[in-house]
Design a binder for this molecule. Structure first.
Ligand SMILES: O=C(O)C(=O)C[C@H](O)C(=O)CO
Ligand SMILES: [Zn+2]
Length: 281
């Protein structure tokens, strides 16, 4: 088992003005989250979110962090959201085993000492996308089956952005300290061509791009201040950190899906500042 936790530093918009492509990729993009048998995490200083992939094969895996966070155990002062994008698996929370089929999610409240991930079939391992944010209170754990997600169809074919937003962790459905999390699925011929684009200075966000239908599918992810946009070329199952000051949208060579996760000042999903088209550059 290999364990890694990268550090992702926070930036000002000024920092990225002259970044090369490689610097942009190095500072905002995370690849290879789901390597078999491994835990690959990133700790971002943007609101101290920790996100990454847990891919158990023959042996169960547990995220063990203590020294890194200055606490006794990982969830001592944190909450955790999980969505399984791989084969069937289980999550065992302090001895309580729960089944996790593809697209099932789970919310694990602050204070649990052991969260153990396992796959049913090592040849088709579960891939647990995990996101953890600082917490101050214990809210109840909750299984988040795909079928129970709050479904929000949005966009249309004329604007090439027909999609469904599945909200797994949403303030209207459940309590968390700050985490919000969901899964957006684009229809054929559509992209996350969300215009007008938006920012939300109150919250940072991360995206995991997934379900690319072919190996040569790519998504051009757009970020940056509205008047100074930059792009990153995303491969399947790679993630991007979005600072609070950045727009976010992505246009692909085919349709695709992505998992978004947010934290920060509020839990108001619709609290977005739309950018007028003539401000985008
Ligand atoms: O399809 C979308 O649009 C989204 O999924 C939007 C993200 O959830 C977002 O940017 C929330 O602020
Ligand atoms: Zn957003």
């Amino acid at each position: 088992m290999a364990f890694s936790m990268k550090t992702n530093y926070a930036h000002s918009p000024k920092d990225i003005e002259h970044y090369s492509t490689e610097e942009m990729r190095d500072q905002f993009q995370v690849e290879h989250l789901f390597t078999p048998g491994d835990i690959n995490l990133t700790y971002t200083y943007n609101d101290r979110m920790i996100f990454g992939g847990v891919t158990p094969t023959t042996a169960p895996l547990e995220i063990v962090l203590g020294k890194e966070l200055g606490v006794e155990f990982f969830l001592q002062r944190r909450e955790l959201g999980v969505i399984n994008i791989g084969g069937e698996g289980t999550i065992t929370i302090d001895g309580d085993e729960q089944q996790m089929v593809t697209h099932d999610g789970y919310y694990v409240g602050m204070g649990h000492k052991h969260v153990v991930f396992a796959s049913k079939d090592p040849q088709n391992p579960a891939k647990f996308y995990t996101v953890s944010t600082p917490a101050h209170k214990t809210y109840p754990d909750k299984k988040l089956p795909f079928a129970n997600a709050l479904k929000k169809p949005i966009g249309d074919q004329d604007h090439m952005n027909k999609r469904t937003i599945y909200k797994y962790i949403d303030a209207s459905q459940m309590d968390t300290c700050q985490l919000q999390m969901g899964y957006t699925v684009l229809e054929p011929g559509s992209s996350w061509n969300t215009m007008p684009a938006h920012t939300h200075a109150r919250r940072m966000e991360t995206y995991l791009y997934i379900e690319f239908p072919t190996p040569d599918t790519r998504v051009f992810h757009f970020m940056g201040q509205p008047n100074a946009t930059k792009h990153l070329v995303m491969t399947n199952e790679s993630a991007v950190v979005n600072p609070s000051w950045s727009i976010h949208c992505g246009v692909g060579t085919t349709n695709y899906a992505f998992i978004w996760a947010m934290c920060g000042e509020n839990q108001t999903y619709d609290d977005m500042d739309e950018v007028a088209m003539d401000q985008l550059k």
